[in-house]
Design a protein around this ligand. Structure first.
Ligand code: XUL
Ligand code: CO
Length: 442
């Protein structure tokens, strides 16, 4: 049931979004997302764990570096900072409950405006945390993860945890403490670190080794505090190679995993993989997912898509069924998310100005994921997809190949085998066959 506060309805004329099936003509209904439907042993709701991102949907206003706001929705307009923040939260919970989604995610500064006064900010966030607690109780919506925005304030222009000035780092610590307190008070299931300013613009003024050591120390300090407060959730690092900083330390999945290993953080931290960050790193989204799954580190996902013709983080809503089927294959085979879910870190375009556009964007993304889940599950159950890949490695399943895998062959043994068996056969990788197989099941 939608949660609407008093006579304040922000999305007038839009009721509860329901599953109506693929045949419906209703653009404000789900065609594929049937929350209670069981797929591969779990409901769709349990697999996908959708979350709405507070920052894009309730703080973004359509402004870009060249133009003023275009999204004039009427929340966050009247009264002081706390009154405006409550208004915005009313809008958020109305929206999330109309979509019937289980989760939301926020940065501290999304919830309520921050000033430069640490104690004032803490007070404001506590007030809104209490308000959110009531909203959560009334709606059953939960917090998937919280985070602190350590990149917008000008004090972070040279980094937060990696700032060369300890005084700035201390402010980052204060902010993370308050954001952790809020996350814990709201029963948040996870906590995210995205290091948009943790990196460098020029090595000429940067001691990279020292900055990375400071980053690790900061993560340990934050983690120790949260554990002391009883936080049982997972910490996520969200890799991104650049933007806003020229080079960011959390470059991609592989880089982050080796950083966590080097600094003894593997036990508490996993990855939050974002589609458009993967492509900025020169990878496919599926590459980043597979690296995370193979390391047992797939925590969560920030869902969006980039633009094929330009090179920045456009954060568009996901709508590509082929790409998401390939992603869902990896997620399903990998056993799903560890702690996290699918957070729509995506924004409607500057010229999508109707409140309804926010619904169309989310419904489209949700349905594309739900449909991809169904297709991926069918491929895994009914097709020869897994067998074809397994068969490619069959020469390692027995005989000398198996002995080699176990470490039982020397370089001389390899030479002997090569000489005894002559030239290997030419064997196809069958890529086009597999691509067609995916399309066949869509
Ligand atoms: C920025 C980004 C962030 C993080 C949270 O590219 O993805 O919104 O998800 O700080
Ligand atoms: Co993100």
């Amino acid at each position: 049931m939608p949660v609407i506060t008093g006579d304040k309805e922000f999305f007038k004329g839009i009721g509860q979004i329901k599953y109506e099936g693929p045949q419906t003509d209703n653009p404000l209904a789900y065609r594929w997302y049937d929350a209670g439907k069981t797929v591969a042993g779990k409901t769709m709701k349990e697999h996908l764990r959708f979350a709405v991102a507070y920052w894009h949907s309730f703080c973004g206003n359509g402004a870009d570096p060249f133009g003023e706001p275009t999204h004039l929705y009427g929340w966050n307009e009247k009264g002081d900072a706390v009154a405006r923040a409550k208004d915005k939260m009313d809008a958020a919970f109305e929206f999330i409950t109309k979509l019937d989604l289980p989760f939301y995610c926020f940065h501290d500064v999304d919830v309520v405006d921050y000033t430069n006064d640490v104690a004032d900010n803490e007070k404001r966030l506590q007030t809104l945390t209490e308000y959110a607690r009531q909203k959560q109780a009334a709606s059953k919506v939960q917090l998937l993860w919280g985070t602190a925005n350590l990149f917008s304030n000008r004090r972070y222009m040279n980094g937060a945890a990696t700032n060369p000035d300890f005084h700035v780092l201390a402010h980052a610590g204060a902010q993370v403490k308050a954001a952790l307190d809020a996350t814990i008070a709201l029963g948040g299931q996870n906590y995210v670190f995205w290091g948009g300013r943790e990196g460098y613009m020029s090595l000429l003024n940067t001691n990279m080794k020292r900055e990375q050591e400071h980053l690790a120390r900061f993560l340990h300090t934050a983690k120790d505090y949260a554990r002391k407060q009883g936080f049982k959730g997972v910490f996520f690092i969200e890799p991104k190679p650049c933007e806003p900083t020229k080079h960011q330390y959390d470059y991609d999945s592989a880089t982050v995993i080796s950083f966590l290993r080097q600094y003894d953080l593997l036990e508490d931290f996993k990855l939050n993989i974002e589609v458009n960050h993967a492509t900025l790193a020169g990878h496919t989204f599926t590459h980043e997912l597979q690296v995370a799954v193979d390391a047992g580190m797939l925590g969560s996902m920030d869902a969006n898509r980039g633009d094929y013709q330009n090179g920045w983080d456009t954060d568009q809503f996901p709508n590509n069924i082929n790409e998401l089927v390939e992603a869902m294959l990896i997620i399903l085979e990998g056993g799903g998310f560890q702690g996290g879910g699918i957070n729509f870190d995506a924004k409607i375009r500057r010229n999508s100005t109707d409140p309804e556009d926010l619904f169309h964007a989310h419904i489209g993304g949700i349905d594309t994921f739900a449909r991809s889940l169904l297709v991926a599950d069918t491929i895994l159950r009914q097709s020869e997809y897994k067998k074809i890949r397994a068969d490619r490695y069959a020469s390692f399943d027995s005989g000398k190949g198996a002995a080699y895998e176990k470490g039982g062959l020397s370089l001389e043994d390899l030479r002997e085998y090569a000489v005894a068996n002559g030239e290997p056969k030419v064997v196809s990788g069958r890529q086009e066959y597999l691509e067609n197989l995916i399309n066949r099941y869509i």
